[in-house]
Write a protein that binds this ligand. Structure first.
Ligand SMILES: Cc1cc2nc3c(=O)[nH]c(=O)nc-3n(C[C@H](O)[C@H](O)[C@H](O)COP(=O)(O)OP(=O)(O)OC[C@H]3O[C@@H](n4cnc5c(N)ncnc54)[C@H](O)[C@@H]3O)c2cc1C
Length: 390
């Protein structure tokens, strides 16, 4: 059975998210983007409303909502502020889900309740300077030392890395400086929770409002220099790292795709308003067929993106393998949001080029959707691989 009617709980969470965006995000987003950061109180307010920890189980401080409900919530955040949506993606979808799905009971009790309230923040560090798409080629090492591991290496582009209290760090277990065996990139990979206050952990370069988009989101280089963590900070076992990263990226990618639908929707709605108000040649520009074609195309792209997101989320909620569906949704939504926001700028004419109108920000924020959590090219490779593996 396929049913597009939302449950009362889903409607309620979507409304709570929309109200939160209207009250706490929309009036301030431009200021945050200019200042290059989002105040902590806003993240904590999302925690109080039960939004920040929504998909985390009730036993650990969350609301235990399913993937479809979380996609509804994420679409609302994406429509309001992609930088804040990124905080949700790394704190909740990546850090929170990693601990919940792969941590033991003690780890879940230790880290999850605080990241659901926003009192503490989580980040997730896979990428390095020399390895992004080819993440298995990471060089960060975890060397066994007493009852734990000494981490050495540099992670790059870590969203909220400098603001986080806890970071999931992926590393290769082995001697520092040891090179990996290219024919066996996985068997030594492991995931650790690193408390950022630990000795040997530091932040390098941080990017904020000097980026193309996500200007209120911090993106940090994270350095571990003989940073010792106890054995109990490892999630799963040595050799589980790659499976953990892959399983969790399915969650994060879906939140990026839903966020992309949100950006596209906001750009479309701004364009509808503009097409109704703006006049040229004595008529509102929405009366011109070529402007309507832009609006129709935008509508079509948003509908198809959302359907793909909902399908991928629904599959997860049915316990089905949704890897190909997630990649398809993420790829389509990432391409669609570029087209939609570009057309939104076009409908706004010269005003679309000005930061006085939000479509300029939507256009800049759209680009990242096709880069992080798997570039568009990588998702094409994954979709093609799944197709041939039938
Ligand atoms: C703002 C921002 C926030 C981020 N946040 C995080 C975070 O929180 N945590 C984290 O771990 N990472 C994060 N990243 C990193 C992000 O996931 C990587 O940038 C991304 O995976 C691409 O890796 P790369 O930059 O090394 O590009 P590369 O892998 O070097 O790719 C360069 C180009 O080559 C293409 N390419 C590479 N391999 C193939 C292939 N096999 N087939 C076809 N084309 C290929 C790519 O598609 C791309 O076009 C973030 C990045 C940005 C920009």
């Amino acid at each position: 059975m396929v049913d597009f009617e939302l449950t009362q709980e889903q409607e309620m969470i979507r409304k709570t998210a929309r109200d939160f965006v209207d009250k706490h995000v929309a009036p301030n987003v431009e200021e945050w983007e200019e200042q290059g950061e989002i105040p902590d109180e806003v993240v904590r307010e999302a925690g109080k409303l039960g939004l920040l920890g929504a998909p985390i189980g009730e036993d650990y401080g969350g609301a235990g909502v399913d993937d479809l409900t979380y996609a509804l919530l994420t679409e609302e955040l994406g429509a309001g502020c992609s930088s804040l949506r990124t905080t949700f993606s790394v704190n909740t979808s990546l850090f929170g889900n990693t601990v919940e799905m792969f941590g033991d009971e003690e780890q879940k009790q230790r880290y999850l309740p605080e990241i659901c309230t926003g009192e503490m923040r989580g980040a997730w560090a896979l990428t390095e300077h020399e390895s992004g798409s080819d993440a298995k080629a990471m060089e960060t090492t975890a060397t066994p030392d007493e009852d734990g591991y000494r981490l050495n290496g540099k992670k790059m582009w870590i969203s909220d890395g400098d603001r986080a209290d806890y970071v999931v760090v992926f590393a290769r277990v082995g001697e520092e400086g040891s090179s990996y065996d290219p024919s066996d990139k996985e068997s030594q990979l492991a995931a650790f929770v690193v408390e950022t206050e630990r000795e040997g952990f530091s932040t390098g370069t941080v990017m904020g409002n000097d980026k193309l988009g996500l200007r209120a989101s911090h993106t940090a280089e994270l350095i571990t220099n003989d940073c010792w963590v106890p054995e109990e900070n490892m999630l799963g076992e040595i050799g589980d790292g790659w499976d953990i990263a892959n399983a969790i990226l399915q969650k994060g990618r879906l939140s990026v795709a839903a966020g992309a639908v949100g950006i596209a929707r906001a750009a479309y709605e701004a364009s509808l308003d503009y097409a109704e108000d703006r006049e040229a040649f004595g008529r509102r520009i929405g009366d011109f067929q070529l402007v309507r074609e832009h609006l129709a195309y935008m509508h079509q792209q948003i509908e198809t993106s959302r359907l793909l997101v909902w399908k991928a989320a629904w599959m997860a909620d049915q316990g089905q393998d949704n890897a190909q569906a997630v990649s398809t949704a993420k790829l389509h939504a990432a391409e669609a949001v570029m087209d939609v926001t570009e057309r939104a700028v076009q409908v706004h004419g010269g005003n679309g080029y000005s930061s006085e109108y939000p479509v300029e920000r939507y256009f800049r924020d759209a680009k990242i959707c096709g880069i992080y959590e798997g570039t568009n090219e990588i998702h094409k490779v994954l979709i093609g691989g799944e197709a041939l593996d039938r």
